[in-house]
Structure formats: structure tokens, C-alpha cells
Ligand binder design. Structure first.
Ligand SMILES: [Zn+2]
Length: 358
């Protein structure tokens, strides 16, 4: 099993400069490739293939000798990312200020030593001990966050961890009032990553507006804002991973709705946007962690009317298209149902039906 292990690294001042330069070169290569593509398009010249574009780097080095410095694999990987973007995205933009680059490690692959991580092109970098490496690194991603922390993600071959789940079957309804409700009636409150720091952000932005753009204090405030954003990012990830792990470790089958963000609700607010964003990330984490624990994630079609069916007798009640109804009594069998738990149970039942168990 190959997995990226992330190490916090502490490059020296010289190494930080090298990393910064490499990141700049990545932007430069990306932008030169994009300029060439728009030139070809403008003059009706057929676009070069990825391989041809890679060989163009040698021409660019004549005009930009800085490109000689980074590990050549870094630059070719930028071109390969560029071609991936070219085939999938409509508009590619010129880039500035990227935060990460990847590279191949040496032929023997051993880059993590007892005291240092060897990053080709940068040298030996001190790293935070704690996660002892158990394998060999094949690829490295070097990352610099906006608050100037450095990480090396090393792709390692790890022995299978033999993780198992507790074998339950669960349905999950994603929502706004509660982040999620399970078919067992467990509710997870919505995270307020942004909300918690809204006031602090507002104050800092106000402070920024009063600063002189060329002053040292302006840069200090920018840094403080970026540090706060990174903190929010870390907290969001922590919440999402923990929530996903809690579900995955306890269940063998997890049934979840496919997201239909447009159809769910029409409330527009910051809180709403946050939750939207978190849902997508949450499902990504859920699937990633499910793989580790051998849990099956089943996505239910987005047109499945999970909240309109009575989970007790199966009768459909179209009146429930109204989102404000939180609890209702089934006109057919008389049971009183909580809207979200009922939906989660229906999602669970639909997942079981799709699997063909029963
Ligand atoms: Zn009923």
C-alpha cells in the first residue's frame, strides 16, 4: 500500500530560498507553456504534445537561466499537470504564488534518514520526529503554507495496517441545521470554522485597511490574516477527519446521498457556503478512510426522495418537499417521524436494496 506521509520540515534560511525559487520556476514554466499554447491557438498552429512541450524547457532555459536550478523532474511534472488541466478545464489561468511542487527521489528511494529528509535539489532538511518512517520514499511533495510552515509529503510503501471496522450498517443524511444525522439518531452539530473567527477576521481586515501598503506593519497584518486562515483550515480538516473516522470505524456499510447542492435549499449565507464546501470534503475523507478500514460507501442517487417516504410503511408524502417541516405524522400508519432521522433511515434502506442484501 502506498501512502503519502506528511512531515513537518524545518529548512534553513538558504533552503527556504531554494524552495521559494523552485516554486517561482514552477509558475514560470506553467506560464510559458500557457503563453505558447495561446500563441499556437492564435496562429492556428497545432498544439505541441506533452513530450514536445517538455523538450521546449531547454529553449526556455536560454532566456531564463534560473530554470537550470530546480530538479528537472519538478519542471516536467509542472508540464504534465498543465496538460492534465488543458484536457479537463476550459480556462487555464496564468499562475502566481503556488504553494507546492513535487519531485521524484533518487534511484534508491531512501530519502528519510534518521535525522533528516533528503529533498533532491534542496539538501538535507531537519524534520519533526514522531512519525518514524517505515518504508522508502519514491516521490516527494514539498509544500509551503501561507503562514510559512513547510511540509514534505513522502510517498511510502507501508505494510497493510490491518484495520477493521465494527461491521454496522448506517445511513447518513447531510443537512444544514445538523451537519449530519445518522439512521441511529445520532446528530453532529454543524461546524462553525469561519463563524468562530469571523470577529477576529473582521478586526484584522479593518486593521489592514488602515495600514500603509508599503509598510512593515501592513505585511505583519497580512501575515496574521493568513495565519488565521491556515488555523481555520486545520480545524476544518480535524473536524472532518474525526467525524469520518467515527463513522467508518463503526460500520461496514455507509449509505450516503449524492449531493445535489442546487436542489437542497436556497438559503444563501456564509454559513451555508461553508457547509457546502465541508460536505464535499467530508465525502472525500469518508471515502479515503473507508478504503483503509475496508468499509463500503454507497452513494444514493440524487433523485431518491429520502425525506418524503415514511420509513415505517413506505408511503410517499409529497407535502414534505417543504423544508421547514421538521417532524410529521405519517397519514397512513400514524407514526410520528423526525424529518432527518427518517431520511437517514430511508437512505440506509435504499443502500441495502441497491446492494441486494436482505
Ligand atoms: Zn407510514
Amino acid at each position: 500500500m502506498y501512502r503519502y506521509i506528511s512531515y513537518r520540515i524545518y529548512p534553513s534560511k538558504k533552503q527556504r530560498k531554494l524552495i521559494a525559487k523552485t516554486l517561482q520556476c514552477c509558475d514560470l514554466v506553467w506560464n510559458l507553456a500557457l503563453r505558447h499554447v495561446s500563441y499556437c491557438r492564435g496562429n492556428n498552429i497545432p498544439l505541441p504534445t506533452e513530450r514536445q512541450m517538455i523538450s521546449k524547457i531547454a529553449d526556455w532555459i536560454e532566456d531564463y537561466p534560473d530554470l537550470l536550478d530546480p530538479n528537472p523532474y519538478v519542471l516536467t511534472s509542472v508540464i504534465s499537470d498543465f496538460y492534465k488541466a488543458l484536457s479537463t478545464k476550459k480556462n487555464i489561468r496564468y499562475r502566481k504564488g503556488r504553494s507546492a511542487y513535487r519531485l521524484l527521489s533518487g534511484p534508491d528511494g531512501a530519502v528519510v534518514t534518521f535525522d533528516f529528509i533528503e529533498v533532491p535539489g534542496v539538501g538535507y532538511i531537519r524534520y519533526r520526529q514522531g512519525q518514524r518512517p517505515d518504508g522508502f520514499g519514491k516521490r516527494i511533495v514539498v509544500k509551503r503554507t501561507r503562514d510559512n510552515k513547510y511540509y514534505a509529503m513522502v510517498l511510502m510503501s507501508l505494510p497493510n495496517p490491518n484495520k477493521t471496522n465494527n461491521g454496522g450498517v448506517i445511513g447518513i443524511d447531510l443537512g444544514i441545521k445538523d451537519f449530519l444525522v445518522t439512521s441511529e439518531g445520532h446528530r453532529v452539530a454543524p461546524p462553525s470554522f469561519m463563524g468562530q473567527y469571523q470577529r477576529q477576521l473582521k478586526l484584522l481586515n479593518h486593521e489592514l485597511s488602515r495600514r500603509n501598503k508599503r509598510s512593515k506593519n501592513y505585511r505583519k497584518t497580512v501575515y496574521a490574516i493568513q495565519r488565521l486562515y491556515e488555523k481555520i483550515k486545520r480545524q476544518r480538516k480535524d473536524f472532518l477527519v474525526k467525524t469520518a473516522l467515527d463513522i467508518v470505524t463503526n460500520n461496514a456499510i455507509v449509505c450516503i446521498e449524492s449531493l445535489d447542492i442546487k436542489g437542497i435549499n436556497k438559503i444563501h449565507s456564509i454559513a451555508r457556503k461553508e457547509v457546502d464546501l465541508a460536505w464535499g470534503e467530508f465525502i472525500d475523507w469518508l471515502q479515503k478512510k473507508a478504503q483503509e478500514y475496508g468499509t463500503k460507501v454507497i452513494r444514493i442517487g440524487k433523485y431518491f426522495p429520502s425525506s418524503q417516504i415514511c420509513s415505517n410503511c413506505g408511503r410517499k408524502n409529497p407535502a414534505l418537499k417543504d423544508y421547514t417541516i421538521k417532524a410529521w405524522q405519517c397519514p397512513s400508519c400514524g407514526i410520528v417521524l423526525d424529518r432527518d432521522i427518517n431520511a437517514a433511515i430511508n437512505i440506509r434502506n435504499e443502500g441495502i436494496r441497491l446492494l441486494g442484501i436482505n
